[in-house]
Design a binder for this molecule. Sequence first.
Ligand code: ATP
Ligand code: MG
Length: 405
Amino acid sequence: MKIERPRGTRDFLPEEMERRRAVEKVMREIAESFGYREISTPTFEHLELFTLKSGQDIVEEIYAFTDKSGRNLALRPELTAPVMRMFVNECSVMPRPMRFYYFSNCFRYERPQKGRYREFWQFGVELIGSDKPESDAEVILLAYQIMKSLNVRFSLHIGHVGLLRDVLSDVTDKDRAMRLIDKKDWKGLEMMLEEEGFSEIFHTVREISEAESLNEVRSIYPDFDYSHLESVFGILESLDLDFTPDFGIARGLDYYTGVVFEMYAEGLGAQKQVCGGGSYRLAKLFGGDDVPSTGFAIGFDRVVEVCSIEIERKPVAVVVGFGDSLRAFRVAEMLRNLGITALVDVMDRSVRKQLSFADSINADFAVFAGEELDRGKVRIKNLRTQKQEDVDLESIGSYFSEEIT
Ligand code: ATP
Ligand code: MG
């Protein structure tokens, strides 16, 4: 019986995994260079962690289940809530600010399509403990550097949900309105606001979301304190970041309170959002102090799709044995110690077949573990140049450093 993988999931073959690991490495190194340290939380949590802020509706979109003891659990659909739960439970006495990053799989019950899966990966950071413009600027800069280093062609949009929430302050269901704005569902928003008698608010929201600069939005809606946003923009401009002010960013998740940002990559079609983030307050909701935080989540799978990155590959040698596997194992060990990937024959194949296997996996060298080993030599064939020579065991190191340029 052939069993298919579940809908919306993927298998990753070695080449794909090499690419994914290379991308992951860049992300980790950049986050670490900013002082962020990795954390890891459970794959499943109490369902409540995700419904507390977003409400019961979210259950439709997540893998929720009851375990054998009747607990309501859920596979994590994202990492910010788990990280904040962890912060409240484990880290409240650690020195602030805290800089955490994660790289983990997430699960959402969504309709699978290109760039949208039921199991996908997020790389994200949370900077916990500050609500100053510098922390927003740092987190945005970090996401920006990651995309640049991966040669993603993207645009960065920055706004402030406080502004939209302020405009909507008289509206009963602000979260619903924000979700409609996030989806750019203007018809839906107009209907909703007209029903409540707020058509004027609708027009203001539309105008704000179309404004192209701080000055423009200030003239549309002067009753808001723009100083925080001004500082963030100021820092990022001085650092030569290329971004678009976008006051229509509402973010789908309900926990953002201040500056928010999104990144869209070219070459992805409809699923073009590769990063979303902003500042929020969740710690209090999870039973901690009211600690401000800023963070982002990168849609790892979408970035892998569009980034361009060199993949480092160690030289590969096939050790050709002549019926004496111990010799082959010893030679392979020597090569591995030199940083060369070494494969030995485990199928008792003929020399000819071992060489054709080397060819089929595109190996760089064939190293013969023959009798000359007893005279302190190995025969090495460079499969790129077809050049073959006997090399003293003491000089294999220098042989390879010369051949691999
Ligand atoms: P979208 O509008 O594309 O559904 P979102 O607002 O739900 O995104 P977030 O919750 O902010 O996304 O998650 C951060 C990032 O994770 C997104 O920008 C996106 O790149 C990625 N992402 C979200 N859902 C999926 C999914 N089902 N499959 C693959 N990547 C996803
Ligand atoms: Mg979504």
